[in-house]
Design a binder for this molecule. Sequence first.
Ligand code: UD1
Length: 381
Amino acid sequence: MKLISIAGARPNFMKLASIADAIENYNVNKPSYFTKAIDHIIVHTGQHYDNKMSKSFFEDLGIPKPSINLEVGSGTHAVQTAEIMKRFEKVLLQETPDVLLVVGDVNSTIACTLVAAKIQYPEGHHLKRPIIVHVEAGLRSFDREMPEEINRILTDSLSDHLFITEESATINLQKEGCAPEKIHFVGNVMIDTLKNHLAKAKRSKLLDELGVTAPFGLVTLHRPSNVDQPGLLKSLIECLVDISRDLKLIFPVHPRTQHNLKKLGLTQLLQETDNIILLDPLGYLDFLNLINRAALILTDSGGIQEEATYLGVSCITLRENTERPVTITEGTNYLVGTDTGKIKKTVKLILEGEGKESKVPKFWDGKAGERIIKTLIEAFN
Ligand code: UD1
């Protein structure tokens, strides 16, 4: 089986790491000499290209170097998606893989899926097009203003196998008319990677280097809905300054947010606030250690809600919706939106020890990648 997997933007890399490991394990331990190995080709679209947003993750996670880099870089949604499509079509026609595997919900995910769904392999090939596999399928925020929601809906509707992380995804997919036999509940590949790297992450020296010994809160903000609106971004930053009077905050800043903070003159306010530590984006291991050690997390990320749930760390999500409801019903997540009064109240509640009980959701056990590869091998034979 020849399988192309797509790496595009930062949140893809930890998911791909688990898939790459599972393929390698399969190739080494495959049941019999006669069973063919999986030929795994990683294609990086270049959506994220900085060392801090991309290369360091491949190093920290030991992901094989991509064989092909499409080097698309940044652009508007249309430009970025179209460039990936143009460049990926050539790769697909040249490599004609049996399987295209995409993860998550970024522009690279939908761009490559759309190419694969419409491609026609040359005559004589045993397939008309690759089998399309979506890992982390079926999540829905029901907010079509989120670019990721559009990417999720379209990717799912074009995929042949949908691997899901939580039960809500089955309901969402079936409501959209997806055949039940396409859906496979396998767990969460991002948690596979977390489990595999937690011991190493705990050896991070970052907190020592920063001189942080007291409890701290970890902050991330990068959603366009929060950081591209000047008024809202300003009120969130002022809220962080208020919170920092009671709790030290560590805030690794995404490039989009860095840019907007600078434009609004807010970088200086943050730099001048004693109890807030501003950092550039961090590598996987340093960041995972911060999640694990934080007293609480303030974030608008999707994946961090899940990582915090797995680690039992309270997570205050600064969004009006989440596509990952199990992090609320079973996990440590509080969906508070952007009302600064509510945010501060929730911080206080957690710091007073009134945080909620949580448990690790079903199948978040480190074996999702293995289940995916097993399912694909069975489907393929
Ligand atoms: C993308 C994903 C989002 C994900 C996020 C994680 C989509 C629609 N969005 O958003 O789901 O949560 O990644 O980071 O795919 N930039 C750099 N260096 C880089 C990459 C980007 O400086 O390596 C800057 C550029 O100025 C760029 C901006 O960040 O314009 C935004 O990057 P982009 O890939 O367009 O979207 P993200 O906001 O990162």
